[in-house]
Design a protein around this ligand. Structure first.
Ligand SMILES: NC(=O)c1ccc[n+]([C@@H]2O[C@H](COP(=O)([O-])OP(=O)(O)OC[C@H]3O[C@@H](n4cnc5c(N)ncnc54)[C@H](O)[C@@H]3O)[C@@H](O)[C@H]2O)c1
Length: 355
């Protein structure tokens, strides 16, 4: 199955700022698949920009932000793939009304997220955040089934990740005060919001690991509160160093008439990964539940990145009023992340030991 992604009528030229790992591994491969034009690239590390440009045949490597701004085509989309704490300083240099896609997280905390929101509002920018899991082909397929009532009333979402993630690959994380929820589970929080809207609150506990004392917390349990009829849980352990045998990584949607389970193969046996699997079951009266497997073309990396860029392009051409992944929407994901850390710090209900 090729799930239906919605594309802009006309693709806009893209200028990339930041030529690091994610641009090389996902942005540029995705744009190549989509046929989006990349007009130029800039990185404070010129060598990285030059190497990336050579690898993906990008015609211009800018030597400064000033040169980039002077030469930018009028209908450009700026694609910022920078560490979260740098985003605002670069946004400030972009012109009023600019169309921008920024990498997640939207700042390193809620205060920075609010600053980004105020800046983009004040400058009347068309601004989106790269929470691309929303547009992964298997999510588009799941959303199509759920929206047409295929599994009945959606009442349960579970994310369960038990894998070994080699955090040392990202050295900037060693300086980061927050790791797992801000850089990883944030995708799942955003995804749950995209199906269920904003929760009324969050319960969470996020912890470190004895083998990774130099990193902030790397394992999390997050409960998003949608009242007494819906369960939305995210459980992540990135420290399962005991081989592939008992690793697992899945998203599961349960409704009143059926369920969908998606294996996120990319996280298992990382970085080699294993294939994704999309399974679903629909209850039929008088029959035993029977799970079916559906082949889905494309994955979270890189195909989903087409979706987050398409949203900004569609808003820039005026075919939609704002990107689905707009800063106005994504600020709520950042608020949930902040609430999760606050809940974890506050601690659990105390046990009464007075007998
Ligand atoms: N959406 C996703 O699934 C996903 C996945 C991985 C990373 N990310 C996010 O992407 C961002 C970048 O991650 P990465 O792995 O590519 O990091 P990276 O360290 O490999 O690359 C960042 C690049 O930004 C450049 N840079 C820093 N300051 C700059 C500035 N002021 N102007 C221009 N260039 C500047 C650096 O030189 C570096 O090349 C992070 O915020 C990360 O959270 C998102």
């Amino acid at each position: 199955m090729q799930p239906g992604l919605s594309f802009p009528e006309k693709s806009h030229p893209i200028i990339i700022i930041g030529a690091g790992g994610i641009v090389n591994d996902a942005h540029l491969p995705a744009y190549k698949i989509a046929g989006f034009e990349v007009a130029g690239i800039y990185d404070i590390n010129m060598e990285k920009a030059r190497n990336t440009a050579a690898r993906f045949s990008i015609p211009v490597v800018y030597e400064s932000i000033n040169q980039l701004l002077a030469e930018a085509p009028p209908d450009v989309v700026f694609d910022l793939a920078l560490p979260g704490n740098i985003v605002i300083s670069v946004l400030k240099q972009l012109p009023d009304g600019a169309a921008v896609l920024m990498q997640k997280p939207m700042g390193e905390n809620y205060e920075q997220a609010k600053d980004i929101l105020q800046l983009t509002r004040g400058r009347k920018m068309i601004a989106g955040v790269n929470f691309q899991l929303r547009y992964a082909p298997f999510i588009v397929a799941a959303r199509e089934i759920i929206n047409r009532g295929g599994i009945g009333e959606l009442c349960d979402i579970e994310v369960n990740v038990n894998v070994y993630t080699p955090w040392p690959l990202w050295d900037f994380l060693y300086k980061a005060p927050r790791v797992e929820i801000l850089y990883h589970s944030i995708h799942y929080i955003d995804l749950v919001r995209s199906f269920l809207g904003n929760p009324s609150g969050i319960y969470a506990k996020t912890v470190k690991h004895p083998h990774m004392p130099d990193l902030a917390s790397v394992r999390s349990n997050i409960i998003m509160d949608y009242g007494d009829m819906i369960r939305a849980n995210i459980l992540t352990n990135h420290c399962h160093q005991f081989g592939l045998h008992n690793q697992q990584s899945y998203l599961k949607f349960e409704g009143t008439k059926g369920a969908i389970k998606i294996r996120l193969g990319v996280l298992m046996n990382y970085p080699a990964g294993i294939p994704d699997v999309f399974e679903y079951v629909i209850i039929e009266e008088g029959k035993q539940p029977e799970w079916e497997t559906m082949a889905i073309i494309g994955g979270w990396f890189p195909h989903a990145f087409i979706g987050s860029m398409s949203e900004v392009m569609k808003a820039a051409e005026g075919s939609i009023s704002a990107p689905d992944n707009s800063v106005e929407d994504c600020i709520h994901t950042m608020a949930c992340v902040e609430a999760a850390y606050a809940s974890s710090e506050k601690g659990a209900a105390k046990i009464n030991e007075e007998f």
